[in-house]
Design a protein around this ligand. Structure first.
Ligand SMILES: NC(=O)c1ccc[n+]([C@@H]2O[C@H](COP(=O)([O-])OP(=O)(O)OC[C@H]3O[C@@H](n4cnc5c(N)ncnc54)[C@H](OP(=O)(O)O)[C@@H]3O)[C@@H](O)[C@H]2O)c1
Length: 170
């Protein structure tokens, strides 16, 4: 299974302030929708609340310590699950698809880091204000495999050089 983190990241590593993500780039959001379409999307409860809706056309798996608090989708265009841990989310995703996207936020990217096989990043050439950071990308661990340059940002794909440490995800 490919486990791919997808994120938009400032030049200082910032991805958000705890509530919102700092960048509004239409091409990035359109690409996010296209890339993740049809695949399971794993995210933390705070990111789910920040998005504010269940995204249509894909299965979203929300992680929370309090599953009763998250309302499941009702309009039939989106599929949603609520689970109590990252390992439960990844186990469920594995039954659905060979390709799963981890969509944040900071807590979930850090927790999922040992299990990730790929990173699909929008790297913005400007620093952002915020307190939530994407994990550091160690070039001895991650190989850049593609880069699509745009004006002020780039879509960059990395793949893990070794095997992921799936056993270390709790
Ligand atoms: N730039 C980007 O691409 C991007 C993408 C996504 C998010 N963001 C930003 O990131 C920020 C949010 O990140 P965050 O770290 O504060 O929150 P988060 O990772 O979205 O969600 C954290 C919450 O997820 C649940 N959770 C996480 N791990 C868990 C586990 N192992 N077991 C049970 N529950 C677990 C907990 O929910 P409960 O509290 O309900 O237990 C926890 O409070 C926002 O600013 C958002 O805009 C940016």
């Amino acid at each position: 299974m490919r486990i791919i983190a997808i994120a938009i990241v400032g030049s200082n590593g910032v991805i958000g302030d705890g509530e919102r993500q700092p960048f509004e780039i239409a091409e990035d959001w359109a690409r996010f929708k296209r890339v993740t379409d049809g695949h399971p999307l794993v995210m933390g409860r705070r990111t789910h609340e920040a998005i504010g809706r269940w995204l249509p056309g894909r299965t979203t798996i929300v992680i929370t310590t309090n599953p009763q608090r998250v309302e499941l989708p009702t309009d039939g265009r989106a599929t949603g699950h609520v689970v109590a841990s990252l390992s439960e989310a990844l186990q469920l995703a594995r039954t659905l698809d060979e390709e799963v996207y981890v969509a944040g936020g900071g807590t979930v990217y850090h927790e999922a880091w040992p299990a990730l096989t790929d990173l699909d990043l929008t790297e913005v050439e400007a620093a952002a204000e915020g307190t939530v950071y994407f994990p550091q990308i160690d070039p001895t661990e991650w190989a850049e495999v593609s880069r699509e340059q745009r004006d002020g940002f780039a879509f960059v794909r990395y793949t893990r050089r070794g095997e992921p440490g799936l056993g270390s995800v709790d």
